[in-house]
Each structure stands twice: as structure tokens, then as C-alpha cells.
Design a protein around this ligand. Sequence first.
Ligand SMILES: Cc1ncc(COP(=O)(O)O)c(C=O)c1O
Ligand SMILES: N[C@@H](CCOP(=O)(O)O)C(=O)O
Length: 477
Amino acid sequence: MKYVSTRGEAPSLSFEGALLAGLARDGGLYMPETWPHFSEKEIAGLAGLDYIDVAERVIRPFLEDDPCLDDLREVLEEAYAGFDHPAVTPLKQITPKLWILELFHGPTLAFKDLAMQVVARLMDRALIRKGGRATVLGATSGDTGAAAIDAFRGRKAIDVVILHPKGRVTEIQRRQMTTVDDPNVHNIALEGTFDDCQAIVKALFNDLPLRDRLHLTGVNSINWARIVAQTVYYFTSAVALGAPWRPVSYTVPTGNFGDIFAGYVAQQMGLPIQRLVIATNANDSLPRAFATGIYEPKTVIATSSPSMDIQLASNFERLMFELVDRNVGRVKELMTELQDTGKLTMTPDELTKLKEVFGAYSISEEETQETIARVYRKTGVLTDPHTAVAIGSALDERRALDQGNTTTPMVILSTADAAKFPETVERATGRVPEQPQRLKDRLGETERCTSLPADYQTVADFISKHSRAGQGEEVDA
Ligand SMILES: Cc1ncc(COP(=O)(O)O)c(C=O)c1O
Ligand SMILES: N[C@@H](CCOP(=O)(O)O)C(=O)O
């Protein structure tokens, strides 16, 4: 399988190449040249398998003829050994037509662990094979950073540098990152928003001499390997609900558009997904684009679902690539318009195609609070605010499409444990969620973090100073 850039000007790469590259050298995102397709029989054959077996079958075609394929089974077994639920991603029914897919049973209590634990191991093994070092970069609004630090801490050939927006993540999210004392972990609290963090990370990748000198690679969902590992739980959950014989819809709390794009990938692979519902908080650039055809990210608004405080969603570029039938000229035109004018205008046809599968909603702070409170009153379950945004959006979708009588199950992706957001959950319910032992075990006392202004050169200098790849240090065997 080969991987091509959404902007068409970077060389095509193998899976291993795309894994180690992160962002393409022309500023685009890697995509598989073709979609692997599963027949109804193959999908039906996933029923009853455990998570690792399904993961192996779903991921395998993306690694065809790649050296990473030899590592896959062992990597999956190691990656999910640390999850605290035997099903890895348990599916729970909350009403006759609504299900919750719990994606927070990994070490850092957010869905990011499901892909990060796999990606870190694949990267580590690829680097050992090649005998090189890398500097792993990540921008985080709270969860990617913790997951990346947990997955990469202590790895010999890799330094990990995570940028988070100063004061805009919860205390627990911050301490999950900053109390890790391994010397290969570096935290930057950037004076800005998540969008500023991500813009600097992308600018570092686009600085090709620096990128080559520091052997930069990325672990945000701009990295294709993240997306492919996230497609697995769409398969496990859809099959549990009757796929391939019965269609399933999903509502996904959305920020950088990686998780919902993984649902789109599963659909392209043959999974009968009827609707993909984008759930956002007050950072509503996607629902506005659905209403107007104009995607115009504005200034990030701080909310009680901080991991989704994102306006500029990186993976929207992957969807545009698909919507324009992989016409890289059109993608470049749209991305140039976005960069030069701050907005991107879809044609009526492109917008119609988008709406055929996707819906998009924005949930206010009040609705988020009310949803957490209502779910607690009715079920006794404490819900994290990101999941609450998705529950609100799923109900809006049902109302908007008048689907009261639909028989299609709606699965809501529950992307974090309520324990990561204790203040918000307590405000809504009067109860403080209990901290799972694996969280307590990981939170240290002493914080290590450097505050930096949102200035490209200052960040580049910091990373150059701390990256061992940039200093040509040998890796001990
Ligand atoms: C808890 C949580 N929910 C939802 C999201 C949104 O996911 P995505 O960025 O893949 O759209 C994030 C972060 O991205 C998150 O951390
Ligand atoms: N919400 C994320 C933001 C980055 O998303 P990613 O999936 O592209 O890594 C976070 O918690 O950091």
C-alpha cells in the first residue's frame, strides 16, 4: 500500500515512511492510495472476535508489503495489555436506540490511548530497524499530550516534545503531562490557544532543514497511523450491533476531525455506516460550514470541554481531498484560500456531498451541563463533558432528521473518563468522579514544564536545544 499527499507534491511513501514522516513535505496529509474493501462476509467474520483480532484484520491491509506488518500482532498485544476492560472498548446501551462506546479504558483515560499505544510501538520498532533517532512533536488541547507522553516515555531513540495552551487544559490533564520525569519528555506551555500550538507544530514540519536535522515526526492525527488505529472500534461496535446486515450511525465529539474521519475510513472500507454526526462545543467552525458552505475558523473559545477547543481542524483537509475526488489541484486551491483569506468556500456540489453522510451540531455550555446532570439523574453515570456534547448532538440530529422512527442504532463515542474533568462534572451533578487507580499511579508531585510565547523561533530554539537527534547523539543498542 502506498500513501499519497493531499496536496500532491510530496513523494508517495510506504506505511512506515508515512508513520515516520507525520506531515507530508508539501504541507499536506498522507492518505492511502486506495481504500481496502471488506466484503459482507469478511465483516460478518469479525463477530465474536476479541479486540486485538479485529484490530489485526482491520489494520493489516494498510500495512501490505510493509516492514511494520511483521510487528503488528505483537504491537497490538502489548498496546492493549494495559487497558482496564477485557473488551478494550465496551459498548453500553443507554436508551432503546442509543449506545455509548467507551473509549477511555487506556492508561490516560481518553480515546487517544487506543491509537497512541500502537503508534509509539510501531515507531520505536521502525527506528530501531533503521538505527536512527527521532523527535516526536505534538500539539495538545489536553489528551493527545498525556497519551503521547505515556506511550513514548523512556524510549531510547525518541525525544517527545508536547505543546499545550497555557492555562487552557484541566489541572489533571496538565499534571498527567508535566509530572512525568523521564528525561526524554519535554513540555511546553504555550501562551496561546490549541490552534496556535498546532500552527507552530505545522510550521516546524514545513521548515525542511530543521525537520531533517531534528528528524521530526508527529503524533497528532495528522499522522495517518493514528487514524488507521482509530478505525478499529467502529468495526467492533458496528458488528456487535448487527453489521454488515444492519446499518449503524455514529456521533463523535469533534475537535481536530481525526476520530470522525476514522469513521469515514471505516465506511469507505465497506462498513455500513449511515450517518456520521459531528459534535462540537461553542467552537463551531464545522457546523457553520455546513450551514453556509464556508469554513471559516475563528478565535478559539474556552469551554468546559477543553479538548475540543479547536477551530482549525487539521483532518478536514483529508475530507476535502475525498469530496473533490482526490483532485489535488482543487485541494491546494482550497488550502491556499484558507491560508490567505482565513476561509475556504465549498461549491454547492461539494457541500451537498458532505451533507449526504455528515451532520454537524454545536452544543452550548448550558446544554452540556444539563446533559451531564440529566444522564446522572436517569442512570447514575457520571459523563465527561465531551461525551455530553456528543449526546446533545445525537439528540439534535434525531430531531433535525425527524428520525423518531428510525431503526438504525446511534453509537455515541465516549472519548474521556469523567475523572479527567472533576470540576465540570461536580458543578453539574454535585458529585466528584472517583479517580481510577491507574490515574492516581501516574500523577507525580513535581511538575516540569517550560512556558514560552507563541513565537515560532523561540519554540524552534527550545526544541533544537533539547532534541538529541539534532545533536547527533548515538542510540545505545
Ligand atoms: C476527550 C476528547 N474528545 C474529543 C476530541 C476530539 O477528537 P478529534 O480531534 O479526533 O476530533 C478530543 C481531542 O481531539 C478529546 O481529547
Ligand atoms: N483534542 C486533542 C487535540 C489534538 O488532536 P489529535 O487527535 O489530532 O492529536 C488533544 O486532546 O490534544
